[in-house]
Design a binder for this molecule. Structure first.
Ligand SMILES: Cc1ncc(COP(=O)(O)O)c(C=O)c1O
Ligand SMILES: N[C@@H](CCSC[C@H](N)C(=O)O)C(=O)O
Length: 447
């Protein structure tokens, strides 16, 4: 059937026709899919804050936000199938649009969106086979530790946990059996910093096939791009900063190797863990405000870290000059993020502080616009058994603060009240000072 003359078409369809000349069986111009979005395709690259909100959808109606293709299946124009989309497990326009946008902001050629951060790590670790060796940290998110332990106990994968803050510890166990080096920086929850370029170099020198994988959940692409400094794969929990509102679970994976991208896509299609159209829409919406949220969260976190340190608490935060790896962190990243932890020296005292807070919600997770307080050894990292926590020197009393976008003075007031109410500080006419006791039995001095 001949294509209809363009004077039968609306201006929108005529514009669409210039791009896609295909027609359907009734002669109607087939609208271009909105999925092809933001790759740079030779254009100028804007600052990240701009790229986060800038999208290029070719939607037939010019929709400025990606439509939700809430459809499991897609009609084909021929009995051989073969259209761009056939089934949402294999691909969906809303998800593709998101993935292209993510690839752009993660400095990758390929990004994949799945149902959770752990789902992302599952896809990545399916690249391993029995007998392969993985080198990873001794301070790791509890769920990551749990999945690696499962692979060790059930899939014949050998897992080495070393203190990755010293690249020499990693180099000491690298061999031709090393298939993957899995790193977090800053680590969750101890905020330790890992030298990604040195470890990536050493890994690739020892075994060119070994993959350096970085979990970038703590910083997000706003503050850190591990692919630019030697990582082969980066993933993060989209549940955190990327979405920013704790209203979805999501995971993203990015890489610059087409073959690797295809292998991971195969697993996503084969296992069915691709992100749903509705959650893809929500993640796309969240990503657009990443810059403004992260700037505010980070500024608040810096004030709170300085507040706690100046009152005598031992604070872990890479934005503080007292952080032992301050210089290393700032040689790789553009910001310190919005998660910090501090110690009180006493588990029950920590419990009282956490339970006395009002504005700070007692919750696991981070990266949300709301501020959260938690005890990692009881909550996010409870899946690491007590003996292993002790071996890895995780302080049981540690309190993690995940700072949101509220007014910083309100957050400090609420924390001050919780510290006083819990009996964590001695109040005097000059203010208050932590009652915490250091490992050597002394009270840390105020800054
Ligand atoms: C550092 C880190 N990586 C990965 C994950 C897993 O993400 P998700 O909860 O989205 O599965 C989490 C938290 O859950 C995390 O804190
Ligand atoms: N019960 C969950 C705990 C999730 S912790 C979420 C987040 N990564 C954090 O660090 O707070 C589990 O067992 O996985």
């Amino acid at each position: 059937m001949a294509a209809p003359s363009t004077n039968r078409l609306s201006p929108a369809s005529q514009a669409a026709n210039k791009v896609f000349t295909r027609v359907d069986l009734d002669g109607h111009a087939l609208p271009p899919s909105p999925a092809p979005s933001s790759p740079l395709s030779g254009r100028k690259r804007y600052a990240l804050a701009t790229e986060l909100v800038y999208t290029d959808s070719k939607d037939q109606y010019g929709a400025s936000s990606i439509p939700i293709y809430q459809s499991a299946t897609f009609k084909q124009t021929s009995s051989n199938g073969g259209n761009e989309y056939d089934y949402t497990r294999s691909g969906n326009p809303t998800r593709t649009h998101l993935e292209r946008h993510l690839a752009k902001i993660m400095n990758a050629t390929r990004a994949l969106a799945v149902g959770s951060g752990m789902g992302a790590l599952d896809v990545i670790t399916r690249l391993l086979k029995p007998g392969d060796e993985v080198i990873t940290g001794d301070d790791l998110y509890g769920g990551t530790n749990r999945l690696l332990t499962y692979l060790k106990n059930n899939q014949g994968v050998v897992v080495h946990h070393v203190d990755t803050t010293n690249a020499d510890n990693v180099k000491a166990v690298i061999s031709n059996k090393t298939a993957m080096v899995l790193l977090e920086t800053p680590t969750n929850p101890l905020l330790k910093i890992v030298d990604i370029p040195s470890i990536a170099r050493a890994t690739h020198e020892a075994n060119s096939k070994a993959l350096v994988v970085v979990d970038n959940t703590m910083l997000s692409p706003m503050l850190f791009n591990p692919l630019d400094i030697g990582a082969d794969i980066v993933y993060e929990s989209g549940t955190k900063y990327l979405s920013g509102h704790h209203d979805i679970m999501a995971g993203v994976i990015a890489c610059n190797d087409a073959e690797l991208g295809d292998k991971m896509y195969f697993t996503i299609n084969a296992t069915g863990c691709g992100l749903s159209p509705n959650d893809s829409f929500l993640l796309m919406r969240g990503v657009k405000t990443l810059a403004i949220r992260m700037e505010k969260q980070q500024a608040n976190a810096q004030r709170i870290a300085e507040f706690l340190e100046s009152h005598g608490f031992r604070v872990r935060y890479p934005g503080l000059k007292s952080h032992p790896q301050y210089d290393l962190h700032w040689s790789m990243a553009r910001g310190a993020g919005a998660v910090l932890s501090f110690e009180t020296g006493d588990i029950t005292l920590s419990e009282r502080i956490v339970e006395a807070a009002r504005l700070w919600g007692i919750s696991v997770s981070f990266g949300c616009v709301n501020s959260l307080i938690s005890m990692p050894c009881r909550m996010s990292h409870a899946s690491i058994d007590a003996k292993t926590r002790q071996e890895r020197q995780m302080p049981e009393d540690i309190i993690r603060l995940c700072v949101g976008i509220e007014d910083a003075d309100d957050l400090i007031d609420d924390l001050s009240r919780a510290l006083v109410q819990a009996g964590a500080v001695t109040v005097s006419l000059d203010g208050f000072q932590a009652n915490t006791v250091d490992d050597d039995g002394t009270t840390p001095s105020s800054a």
